[in-house]
Design a protein around this ligand. Sequence first.
Ligand code: 5GP
Ligand code: MN
Ligand code: MN
Length: 329
Amino acid sequence: PNLNTVEEAARFMQSHDRFLVLSHVNPDGDATGSALGVVMILEQLGKEYVVVNEGETPVKFNFLPRFEQLRNLSTQPLDETFEAVIAVDCADESRMGDVRSLFGSGAALLNIDHHPTNDGFGSINLIRTDAAATAEILYDVAVAAGVSFNEELALCIYTGLLTDTGGFRYSNTSPHVMEIASQLLRYGVKPGEVAERCLEEITLAHVKMLRLALQSLEMSHENLVASITVHFEDFAQAGAGRDDTGGLVNYCRNIEGVEVGVSFVESEVGAVKVSLRARDRVDVSAIAKQLGGGGHAKAAGCTIRGSLQDAKGKVWLALGEALGVNSNE
Ligand code: 5GP
Ligand code: MN
Ligand code: MN
């Protein structure tokens, strides 16, 4: 896609009056922090907005400003068609889910994202694949828009940085990330509190889900791949929701000697959410893309229609090719 500058993105925000602000389905800290960060910028510019997600945003992000304004389209339908749209952390329009129905093909669309698999669906495309988080790009947009930083805006951006770098640990933690994180602390962000809410605190249902998931651990591809499987019935047994499966895949990737960790989560009967985490040898975004999803070299995902068996077959075959080994044992 042809890429635009932060100044063009800032001008986009200045030149329209009312916006639809959206992120991706099953929003994470970067999606939510960036969407609410956009909201904080729009408020300072005196603009009107509606901030929408296809589903419910995890309550753990309720410390973010304007959290209560995040509209869950599945329970609060919206009878409006928007002319100006800002999409954050979405690699393609399918990541918007049903929110895509709120605007037509002629809408002005600002696409702010950091995924290498972004297909440039916007009319303005601010895509930086070297950014650790969409929130990192948004920091520059806020500067270009001339808004003043305060604790609330800083908190939104910090949350995106913190969560997409796994707590400033992943290889995407660049000097620039640390520089702006340091700056954001000066606006009053309390790092211990944000980390507690985003990274440390887990629900009891999550731990029960983890107990079930770990029992399903499988090693394959000459022990280069570790995977766990969550069956649809496990959600009811653990009293868990979709949010309670986040991070399970990391246990697989973290096993010594493992190159790729995979989780297969049967999120509904007939649909399997696949999460992939890589160490060094495999670019999992290529595998996810091949299976209809996308993501980053070291963290990617897709949803496969079919049974757990079908999904495993497809992913294992692709991983066998990428690793150059047989999938069994
Ligand atoms: P997760 O496994 O945590 O859901 O996602 C890991 C990464 O892959 C994230 O950057 C996320 O945006 C991306 N990703 C996950 N699922 C999909 C998908 O179905 N389509 C696309 N394009 N990206 C995905
Ligand atoms: Mn995201
Ligand atoms: Mn992101």
